[in-house]
Design a protein around this ligand. Structure first.
Ligand SMILES: Cc1cc2nc3c(=O)[nH]c(=O)nc-3n(C[C@H](O)[C@H](O)[C@H](O)COP(=O)(O)O)c2cc1C
Length: 157
């Protein structure tokens, strides 16, 4: 299953990068496929780590796809990286193997056991065909963001 996520990484100097990435989701291994010219790829090579954040605010996807917006973060508990404070859930990841065949890498990453289980996550964007992928929001809106109405999203492919 591909889950649309916000991948946070840090560079060698600790600067944070946020990027939307569709990741292959697994309980023990999550696969990232960043193109070789992305900051995400460079940062994972540098730190051997990433955090996959699940978040229900589509604006974060839109902004992070075209820029590197700054959002509140907290340090990851085990790997070198940060967690989005306003996310619904997250996974800390450590590199298991890297295939850097151009143009797009395939990075298998071990899930570090932190964060709540996936089935307790109230919201994800997935690419399951024709699936209604977003139930009404169950999460209490963060006071730092504008509350969003319940969102139903039908993926048309
Ligand atoms: C929903 C969504 C999923 C994406 N998935 C990927 C992906 O798997 N790999 C990738 O390299 N770029 C992906 N992109 C594009 C990157 O987010 C975008 O090119 C980003 O600016 C590059 O990331 P960077 O900040 O790491 O340089 C995706 C974009 C969106 C909106």
């Amino acid at each position: 299953m591909i889950v649309e996520s916000i991948v946070t990484t840090v560079d060698a100097d600790g600067r944070v990068n946020c990027a939307p990435m569709g990741v292959e989701w697994g309980d023990e291994v999550i696969v990232l496929k960043p193109f070789l010219d992305t900051a995400t790829y460079r940062n994972v090579i540098a730190t051997q780590a990433a955090v996959v954040n699940l978040i229900d605010d589509a604006r974060v996807f839109a902004r992070a796809a075209i820029s590197n917006p700054e959002y509140p973060t907290k340090p990851a508990s085990v790997v070198r990286g940060v967690v989005l404070v306003d996310g619904c859930s997250w996974r800390e990841l450590a590199v298991h193997s890297i295939d850097s065949t151009p143009p797009r890498s395939r990075i298998e990453m071990d899930v570090v056991p932190t964060g709540p289980p996936y089935d307790e996550t109230p919201f994800t964007f997935t690419r399951v065909p024709r699936r209604i992928c977003a139930p009404p929001m169950q999460r209490k809106p963060s006071p730092k963001t504008t509350p969003l109405p319940p969102l139903i999203c039908v993926v048309p492919w």
